[in-house]
Design a protein around this ligand. Structure first.
Ligand code: BG6
Ligand code: MG
Length: 213
């Protein structure tokens, strides 16, 4: 019996990828490192420091760990400024309705995002109250495709992983959901998310009855 639904954030609830892109782009430009939207695709679902490393890889300078921490902090400050432009209108279509319907049916709801800014994003979108638990990305040692963040989210809800479903738009996330022993709904196609158990093109196509099935 379905007990909990675990949501990824970016690409499932809202599209913060563009804001991450803008913040990284400013940094890359300052450093004279080439960076474009296509390369940005590689950063989806990847945590902050790993993202920075992927960007620095395209430059020829070496940075100390300390320097890298400073660069990551700088990007995050800029990203948090950009988050101030987010409003409830940035919720993807159908998300609020889905969250409310799940709640009405007594299904518990958690967020399982790699972002340490996830709580701020939920606040800006005005949906904090609709989540029963937000997994702490900062407390996770192993990133997606490891199962850890999804297992933390299920534990936070007090629902056994086998009674949870995860919703993801990235293949690494789908793999993480499966490693956690859960069924995975992919926002995408068979092509982009070959391992997902069920595909939809938008969260607007989801409802509690479909998820139960
Ligand atoms: C993920 C994004 O949700 O969070 C990544 O898809 C991002 O692009 C990662 O790097 C970490 O985010 P933050 O907010 O902790 O820097
Ligand atoms: Mg995502």
């Amino acid at each position: 019996v379905l007990g909990g639904v675990l949501f990824d954030l970016d690409g499932v609830i809202t599209d913060t990828a563009e804001l991450h892109y803008q913040a990284w782009k400013e940094l890359a430009d300052e450093l004279g490192i080439p960076f474009d939207r296509e390369y940005n695709e590689k950063l989806k679902g990847v945590d902050r420091m790993a993202s920075l490393k992927l960007i620095l890889q395209n430059g020829d300078r070496k940075f100390s760990l300390e320097d890298m921490q400073r660069l990551a902090d700088r990007k995050n400050e800029r990203y948090r400024e950009l988050l101030l432009t987010l409003t409830p209108e940035a919720l993807l279509p159908g998300v609020r309705k889905l969250l409310k319907a799940l709640r009405r049916d007594g299904i518990r709801i958690a967020l399982a995002s790699a972002s340490r800014n996830a709580a701020t994003v939920l606040d800006r979108l005005g949906v904090t109250d609709l989540f029963d638990f937000v997994a702490d990305a900062g407390a996770v040692a192993l990133q997606k495709p490891d199962a850890e963040i999804f297992l933390n989210a299920a534990e936070g809800l007090g629902v056994h992983p086998l009674r949870c479903i995860g919703i993801e738009d990235a293949e690494a996330g789908v793999v993480a959901i499966h490693r956690a022993g859960m069924q995975a709904v992919g926002i995408g196609t068979e092509e982009t998310l070959p391992d997902a158990d069920h595909h939809v093109s938008s969260p607007a196509e989801l409802n509690p009855a479909l998820l139960r099935e």
